[in-house]
Ligand binder design. Sequence first.
Ligand code: F6P
Length: 466
Amino acid sequence: MSRLVVVSNRVAVPDAQSATAGGLAVALRDALQSCGGVWFGWSGKTAAQTAETPSITEIGPVTYATLDLGRKDYNEYYNGFANRTLWPLFHYRLDLAEFSHENYAGYLRVNTLFAEKVRPLIGDDDHIWVHDYHMIPLGRELRALGIEHPMGFYLHTPFPAMEVLLALPSHALLVESLCAYDVVGFQTENDLRAFRDYIVHEANGEELDATTMRAYGRLVHTEVFPIGIERGQMEAAAERAVEQGAARRLERTLHNRSLMIGVDRLDYSKGIPDRFKSFERFLELYPAHRGQVSMMQIAPLSRSEVPEYKNIRDTLEGQAGYINGRYGDFDWMPLHYLTKNFQRETLAGFFRLSRVGVVTPLRDGMNLVAKEYVASQDPQYPGVLVLSRFAGAARELDTALLVNPYDHDAVAAALNQGLVMSLEERRERWQSMMAKVRENSLEHWRERFLKVLRAVPTPMALQSSR
Ligand code: F6P
């Protein structure tokens, strides 16, 4: 089997903390372990200047190659164009998107640099798999350096509707860059449809069949590959964790009250302020639950140097104080709001204890927390998932209580419904969701993508078939 070269913004180099690595990191590492190859990207560290040469760590058949970013590159590429332009735009937050030419130049500069630095690590027969919005131009840069290898790209975020994307001054180059890849994978049909719309209506391209598009003089295979979670891992973790310290302690503090839980990176796309408003409406509209149920929101800090992320933190602190001040009592706190980070296994135990999982992003590529909540449940006494219809996961988990997160009264009603739902209905809904979680596992996602990528004809094969 040919080697794989993975390029992504962050690289999960195994180290003493590797036990805490997320599912995606583990899945990509497993793929690299089995076929050998390279994982290239940012080290996660900043320095005065961007490093000239990558730091190399060889572990078995895998080479991890990472670059420290200089402050200017970090600010313009990561904090700037990736997280103040593309991230809000791809999540339909035009109101938060900033269009700075300096940041755009920094984004292109880092992509050019990454292409130059990874180029010498690519072997003749390698397949290349690039991940996420930080790295869209990378494939085009590699092609400019003469790389004709099969190259795939996977977008972990939503791909916005054409009308939204057109607001980006550099939309044309961005989409042309996507077409430098042989395979472009999306989370949902919506994202794929938005991409196709752009290709057909804006880029003068054409749809040749269900998966092939012709644009900018190239053929691109486009397909939906919904990402999943590791098969069996979360179920086993939840079974273990519920018996352990943190979950036991949490259970004791509940005093037989019900728990509702939300776990999200502290990001405005996750809809946490709207969730808090919905929770407030729930307390207002369903007073019988006062004193009987608490909500725990875990929101580890993320991208803290980006101003919009600082703002949302202030908003949430104000809301949490207001809700607890207004409704709380000396022996009951309605809302527990924590920005602390927990190990995934601990979270699995918390999920299993929670009667309702609240996953209400305003827009999300997939949202793996929704799948993790489902996988963590006790099959005999499963909890209920309240899920935003704007999360990619809603496509698969369609027996969750699907809600519009902007409609606070409707979310409040769903929270109530989750708490009063019969055990029979809870089981029915959960079994259907769990079947989908098992079927579309992370391993399945990875293997499906790699199968398509490995089927791309190499330039050699194309020449001999002419
Ligand atoms: O889901 C999108 C994503 O950018 C992932 O690529 C990343 O792992 C996650 O969000 C966390 O973001 P960051 O790397 O900016 O901390």
